[in-house]
Ligand binder design. Structure first.
Ligand code: NAP
Length: 303
């Protein structure tokens, strides 16, 4: 099986490419320097030459706050780029795996038992819930999904969330890096009212492989199981790494950002589960495995 991967130098693509290669799949990787997905003719020519069985579009403009400032770029990459890859997949009659995000939802869903302030259990979003993105990033990704559906029937749209891996920048590395910052002795404030599910890119890679070999096209949620807030995720990172860092919980309002982020973006992997295809593990167990594999290397960030 031959798989063309776009955005090949990104965080998810790096783990995906290694994982698929370990599973004897031939990969044709294209980074932004060799395939700019905003260029339709280039995308079609490269796809025709490569003749892949599957295209996996990992390319995206993922700087959530940056998208608020560079709106055209956000739509060019996340919407038109997705459309271009969908047209290319249709032209070469291959499947398309397109990665999307929890940020297509507004996050206002709330909790299962709103009266229980101590045990906050967010009501998850299902695949058929109506998106209502609150940021340019979320909206451009939502438009991208819509264009993929229009242009390529053989698609898997996979919405994931809170990714971390050994490559690229992510929340785990941000927290580890805090212990080196000049303000080291000051507490670090972390929001404790945004809920989601940390997801290791390697787990997602395995899930993508399980799904892409089927013909069950459509839209899927694929995150780890369980949920937490950013503050709780930071607590786990500190506990597992053994680093010395004082963190203090705060609210979204205390920590304003350019882009609005959903307060509850917990996703239910319903479509995967009901087809017996949900292989995503518990987020804490996964994070421990991630640390066993990469912790020694990442500890360097704390010193
Ligand atoms: N990270 C998360 O927490 C998260 C959560 C939910 C969903 N997702 C989705 O998961 C997918 C992978 O995300 P990631 O974390 O791996 O992001 P990433 O590390 O930013 O990777 C995206 C890659 O796409 C490249 N790219 C940007 N513009 C391009 C263009 N015009 N043509 C070709 N490549 C281009 C980027 O290159 P440069 O860096 O050189 O610009 C980067 O290498 C994305 O679709 C993202 O929306 C991510």
């Amino acid at each position: 099986m031959k798989v063309l991967v776009t955005g090949a130098k990104g965080q998810l693509a790096s783990d995906l490419i290694s994982f698929l290669r370990e599973n004897d799949i031939e990969i044709i990787p294209y980074g932004k320097d060799t395939l700019d997905i905003t260029l339709l003719n280039e995308a079609i020519q490269i796809s025709k030459r490569a003749k892949p069985h599957i295209i996996i579009n990992c390319a995206a403009y993922t700087d959530v706050d940056g998208c608020e400032t560079h709106k055209d770029l956000a739509y060019k990459v996340n919407a038109m780029g997705a459309k271009n890859m969908a047209i290319s997949a249709r032209k070469v009659e291959c499947k398309l795996v397109h990665i999307s995000t929890d940020y297509v939802f507004d996050g206002n869903r709330g909790f299962k038992h709103p009266w229980d302030k101590e045990h906050r259990i967010p009501e998850p979003y299902m695949e058929w819930d109506s998106p209502n993105p609150q940021s340019i990033y979320g909206h451009s990704k939502w438009v991208g999904e819509t264009l993929v559906r229009e242009q390529c029937p053989n698609h898997f749209i996979i919405r994931t969330a809170w990714l971390y891996g050994a490559s690229g920048q992510n929340f785990v590395k941000t927290i580890l890096g805090k212990s080196k910052s000049p303000q080291r002795d000051e507490p670090v404030y972390i929001v404790d009212d945004q809920f989601g599910t940390p997801t290791w890119t390697r787990d997602l890679a395995r899930q993508i492989l399980k799904l892409m070999v089927t013909e069950t096209f459509g839209t899927y949620h694929a995150t780890s199981q369980g949920f937490c807030t950013w503050y709780e995720f930071a607590q786990e990172i500190i506990k597992v790494s053994g680093m010395n860092l004082e963190i203090v919980s705060c609210t979204t309002e205390d920590y304003p950002t350019k882009a609005r982020r959903p307060k509850n973006s917990v996703l239910d992997n319903w479509m995967l589960r009901c087809q017996g295809l949900d292989f995503m593990p518990d987020w804490r167990q996964s994070f421990h495995k991630f640390w066993d594999k990469h912790g020694t290397h990442l500890e360097g960030l704390t010193r």
